[in-house]
Design a protein around this ligand. Sequence first.
Ligand code: AMP
Length: 587
Amino acid sequence: MKVLVIGSGGREHALVWKILQSIKVDQVYCAPGNAGISNIAECVNIKANNIKGLLDFALQNSIDLTVVGPEIPLALGIVNQFEKKGLRIFGPCIKAAQIEASKSFSRYIMEKYNIPIARGSSFDDPDKAIQYIKEQPTPIVVKADGLAAGKGVIICNTHDEAINSVRTIMTDKVFGDAGNKIIIEECLVGEEASFLAFTDGKSVLPLPSSQDHKAIYDNDEGPNTGGMGAYSPAPVIDRIMHDKIMDEVMYPVVKGLNAEGIKYSGVLYAGIMVVKDKIYVLEFNVRFGDPECQPLLMRLKSDLVDIIDACIDTRLDQCKLDIDPRPSVCVVLSSDGYPKSYDKGMPINGLENNFDENIVKIFHAGTALKDDKIIANGGRVLGVTALGDDIKNAINTAYETVKEIQWDGVYCRKDIGKKAVDRLTQIPKVGIVMGSDSDLSIMKAAAMIFKMFGINYEMTVASAHRTPARAAKFAEEAEERGMKIIIAGAGMAAHLAGVLAAHTPLPVIGVPINASSLQGFDALLSTVQMPPGVPVATMGIGKPGAKNAALLAVQMLSIADNDLKEKFKAYKKQMVAEVEAKAKKIS
Ligand code: AMP
């Protein structure tokens, strides 16, 4: 099979590397590619936006499959043009690509299909946009509607700044026609993550979560770039958030597009802002993100071409992804000055060193060959990507490799992956133990409360009857590990809370779960009737019980935490306001 990959960045190097591992593939071409890609595939000098040139090349060379890296050819309709000529190509059609190419279209779809987004509005009249801005609080976000190479989003701290941004985008046209329309949005504060999935328009097959580092300097300071590094998985997207994103974003958008008569096939990327217990979509991309593609493909063990074929043939429901459980990290090396102006032509040293190919890959972005020497030829130059047994280990391996590579003006962020390490090393204040993983749909109601209050918790499964030693060990170690409270959710003869309470001095709250024909009454009695000396606080059956268990835990923790006490008071106030609003509506 002959494959053509379109693009020239680290994403495309990773794609070419991964596609070459497929037993189905004999030859890979890349247009236009870079110096690293030319080591493993044949680069052809056709630009990614030259659709006619790419089409002629694919026809003349009997290309069996074309894989599109960047968004521009997709927005220009490359998929429609290739398909018209009977060529197989991976990516969304021109209409589907609008979900990235037009932020107002994307907002229209999200509003119509109830996908969570920041409050805001689209405008094609600058005066109306300015009037709207004046009525909104600051900071506020101003976005150009069309593609602006990642630079079309301006976060404005004052009304004047926002009004000026409207003028530069809509009147001065700094992003050209991409600024014909504008979007004004509330500024969300939280932690961002990237959620990518394959879809054939019917099924959605998610990749593991990842996180990009957009700003040029450490601690997310300085102007935005194409991405200075990424890692996978992103602990901010735990199992609960993963399910929430699938249910509230990925399935609804694919279904919604279908309802609009648009079949989406390809990679769908949702940029997510996690704000406490809520998620918001910041943007959709219609292709792999770069750099996220690099750590993600390092972890993908399945044959990528099999998955691509299944997407094109609408049989993705038959596929499963085999993912390496080890985390991966990509540190981008750029040239000094990027994302503004930078020098080119500097020879890169160290690439010839022996790196352990099993755990390290150096993907090329802006590189070229000059007199047989690899030179820096772009802003983002290399993506040093490593696997590790844990995230710290992956970070260390990536940065050890980075030390070996030099050129005049090489720069990288020093804190890639730090957010993951910080999150994973936080001490959990609450332990949520479930008798079975089937209890998760109930017990996540407790977890969401802790997310809302910003309280770190740990969730695990341990059965009082099937794994009593595991349950006892968890309880015995909980206090020493810094926990203050344990919540135990179990169904049937729910002895879990009692077993935990017997093995810890910490207070235990039991949540009876409906898991048998007695509808939770059995679990309620087992939890409530404890022998004197082993107290267990007992909550209502099921989800309301799980929620109240968490709220009681918050109240207990707030005895020694005034900030938390204030947050709890605010929560109660909000509850009162919501009831008042409902009462008003009814009367
Ligand atoms: P976008 O191209 O829409 O993803 O925007 C680029 C970046 O701007 C995002 O990754 C965020 O860091 C930031 N951004 C976009 N929309 C918002 C928003 N409503 N609130 C805060 N930050 C935002």
